[in-house]
Design a protein around this ligand. Structure first.
Ligand SMILES: [Mn+2]
Length: 291
């Protein structure tokens, strides 16, 4: 594992703890998410830290402290989650920002618990092709296909963007939820980024927000390196613009932590990890520089 995340200048601005979790225990189709964190580390030092559109440089706004890699135990996600909880116990959820790099999308459940315990009014913003609202999948309630069902069980309000693959049971569940508890911007019906940002801001209000970003929410032409690609996803320019609109006038949500999951790098191509790490950069730059 590389020990640099982004090309570090002076250690100034907000400290971002980077938690690499190279786990792929419950993946259901393609493999390779265990190689995701390393690919994101490598890509991060290759891109410009300066965001020319925002006229802001991430190295002025943040510095990065990689945490020890959480090595997946031989057991299922429960063992992984326990190892993560032990590491998170060293941190303070009221002030520490953790950027978790998966690994598959079963990874961030302990982060939801960590931030929800400190912020009972926490709201989740979930970028994904898949609703991840199954009660259980392949005999595990902790599978990547169920993580947002666990978040809803914890009582966390959920806003989703990019969803386009789900079973009828999940659709019925979504329809039965109150709009204050669950709102979904389906991929086939995405409004313009500015309107989407308005809707998410109205949903989140003044509450603290955590972003759980499954890279397969993006169109596979942008990020082909993922285990369960779904056509018809979020265009890169749309997603990039959305983060700018979300924080444009300093009124956007307060971000407490985020994850980027399901990157499965393709040997010989750096396109997927580059797009993923540029989206991390845009999120952090827009939040820290505009909010
Ligand atoms: Mn997904």
């Amino acid at each position: 594992m590389h020990h640099e995340f982004f090309d570090l200048g002076p250690r100034q601005g907000r400290n971002i703890h980077v938690l690499p979790v190279p786990y792929e225990g419950t993946v259901s189709y393609g493999t390779g998410t265990r190689l995701g964190p390393e690919a994101l580390f490598r890509a991060s030092v290759q891109i410009e830290s300066y965001d020319a559109e925002l006229d802001l440089d991430l190295t002025d706004l943040a510095h990065f402290t990689p945490l020890p890699v959480v090595h997946p135990p031989a057991t299922g996600p429960e063992g992984l989650h326990q190892a993560m909880r032990e590491q998170l116990a060293e941190l303070d959820a009221t002030k520490d920002f953790v950027l978790t790099l998966g690994g598959e999308h079963s990874v961030p459940l302990p982060l939801f618990e960590f931030y929800h315990a400190a912020h009972p009014d926490l709201v989740l913003l979930h970028i994904d092709a898949h609703a991840d609202l199954r009660a259980s999948y392949e005999d595990s309630p902790y599978s990547h296909a169920c993580i947002m069902a666990r978040a809803r069980q914890m009582g966390i309000p959920l806003a989703q963007i990019g969803i386009r693959s789900l079973c009828r049971e999940q659709r019925d569940y979504m329809r039965a939820q109150s709009p204050a508890e669950l709102t979904t911007l389906f991929a086939w019906d995405l409004p313009a980024p500015g309107e989407a940002a308005e809707r998410i801001r109205a949903f989140v209000g003044n509450r603290p927000m955590y972003i759980s970003f499954d890279v397969d929410g993006m169109d596979p032409s942008v990020i082909p390196g993922t285990g369960t690609p779904e056509p018809g996803g979020i265009p890169y320019a749309w997603m990039n613009r959305f983060w700018k609109e979300l924080w444009l006038d300093g009124l956007g949500p307060k971000l407490v932590g985020m994850d980027m999951c399901e990157l499965a790098p393709i040997h010989g191509s750096q396109a997927s990890e580059t797009a993923a790490v540029k989206l991390i950069q845009r999120i952090l730059t827009a939040w820290l520089g505009l909010a």
